[in-house]
Ligand binder design. Structure first.
Ligand code: UD1
Length: 419
């Protein structure tokens, strides 16, 4: 297993190019199963989760190949409807194959994603929505087994704007008979990206980006060439890195229009952000950082995927602040590791109280999930001495070449094998 070694105290300066969005690419890759002809997708980041998705597509019978950031998928006419446990357990987003498989084949057998480190994360809303569209669903031997004739359009109101649930139902509805409306739908930019891709292939989707999405089913979809949006969480993470190291970073290919929620909060914390172009952000940090109160919310609120990184910023900011995590239970595991580096954090249920300290001091720490790993890397960049981060396979699921990107702008960071 690999680990990261970081020597803190180096100021970051230079340019970083933001990769394509992981959470945008995953559903779009799976949605390409809806199209028998070849689909070409650009801006696909090279990540563990993407490799898992390509492996899944191959198991379903698709031809998938990659050249740099470009992936072509040809689903063809005969697909196999089963997603095995060994793959699904490594990536919860595998459950997003339910909608496309059911829609194309009238059958899907997908291992239950089960629990995971950051909460229970059930898929009940995905299943209720599919049932409303006419699917029969059985839970047997750890598998979700769904069957249907052609799916029927339905009026579905979600209890909560679930991102994955909205995506699954959207993908199920594009080839269904008649009209589907999704109320209380998630509004995340990655859902807009999925809908834009499907519309480019001939789907009839409107209202994406609002809480009410309307999908008029069509008989088939056609080939397309599409570029995935850049990753707003990766951009947010490097903004935090620049601010913490009092650096001067230019982030190229940032999805600025979709980052208002992140940029506003970071600005309130004292981060010196300048928008220098349509897709370019510069952080030249000279102001002091202040603790603030942050509550995670569905988009357009502050994203849970930036919560851990903001916690690191607050660890070394003036004053004290409160972070409330409302999306996932048990998503504060990084707090215990940050405390090992000297942070002053008190946890109480879904709330973390952070009191800024003068400095963090390097120590061995353990990554527990993807964004937790990012918060530890950020802490390592400023901690005195050396920080050793273990279990970085979490990081490799979601950040493309992170240590390379950080080294190129001046960080002292290297990857070695754990003994
Ligand atoms: C997606 C993102 C993840 C992000 C999250 C919230 C991908 C691949 N992952 O995850 O990075 O942190 O959105 O922005 O895009 N829930 C239920 N029943 C359901 C579905 C969800 O109770 O049927 C609960 C979950 O347990 C969780 C909350 O709803 O507490 C949010 O989940 P959801 O929005 O579905 O997140 P994901 O799609 O898993």
């Amino acid at each position: 297993m690999d680990k990261l070694l970081i020597k803190g105290g180096y100021r970051l300066s230079g340019e970083i190019r933001i990769s394509g969005s992981k959470n945008g690419a995953l559903p779009i890759l799976l949605a390409s199963m809806l199209i028998p002809e070849e689909v070409t997708l650009s801006g696909i980041p090279d990540l563990k989760d993407i490799q898992t998705t390509l492996r899944l597509l191959e198991l379903f019978g698709c031809e998938a190949s990659r050249s740099k950031d470009r992936v072509t998928v040809k689903a063809g006419e005969s697909l196999v409807p089963e997603a095995p446990y060994d793959l699904v357990r490594t990536m919860r987003a595998s459950v997003l194959c339910l909608g496309p498989l059911l829609s194309r084949l009238g059958e899907a057998k997908v291992a239950m994603p089960g629990g995971c480190a950051i909460g229970n994360r059930p898929v009940d809303m995905h299943l209720r929505g599919l049932e409303k569209m006419g699917a029969n669903i059985d839970l047997e031997s750890g598998y979700i087994h769904a069957r249907c004739n052609r799916l029927q359009g339905a009026h579905i109101t979600l209890d909560f704007p679930t991102v994955g649930g909205t995506e699954n139902l959207l993908m199920a509805a594009v080839l269904a008979q008649g009209e589907t409306t999704l109320e209380n739908a998630a509004r995340e930019p990655e859902i807009q990206d999925l809908a834009n891709f499907l519309n480019q292939c001939g789907a009839k989707i409107s209202g994406h980006g609002t809480g009410s999405i309307k999908i008029t089913g069509v008989d088939n979809l056609g080939a397309s060439d599409y570029t995935i949006m850049p990753d707003r969480i990766e951009a947010g993470t490097y903004i935090a890195a620049a601010a913490l190291t009092k650096g001067d970073l230019v982030l190229k290919r940032s999805p600025v229009p979709y980052m208002e929620n992140i940029l506003e909060k970071l600005h309130s914390l004292g981060v010196d952000i300048e928008i220098t172009g349509n897709d370019q952000i510069r952080v030249k940090q000279s102001s002091p950082l202040y603790c603030i109160d942050v509550t995670t919310q569905p988009y357009p609120g502050f994203p849970t995927d930036m919560q851990a990184q903001v916690m690191t910023l607050m660890c070394v900011a003036s004053g004290s602040g409160m972070i409330q995590e409302t999306i996932f239970e048990n998503r504060f595991m990084h707090a215990h590791e940050l405390m090992r580096l000297g942070a002053n954090i008190t946890l109480s249920g879904e709330t973390a109280f952070v009191r800024g300290v003068d400095k963090l001091v390097g120590a061995p720490v353990m990554a527990s999930d993807l964004r937790a790993s990012a918060s530890l890397v950020l802490a390592g960049l400023i901690a005195e001495g050396e920080t050793e981060i273990r279990r970085i396979y979490h990081l490799d699921r979601g950040y493309e070449r992170m240590e390379e990107k950080l080294s190129q702008v001046g960080a002292n960071i290297s990857r070695t094998q754990e003994e």
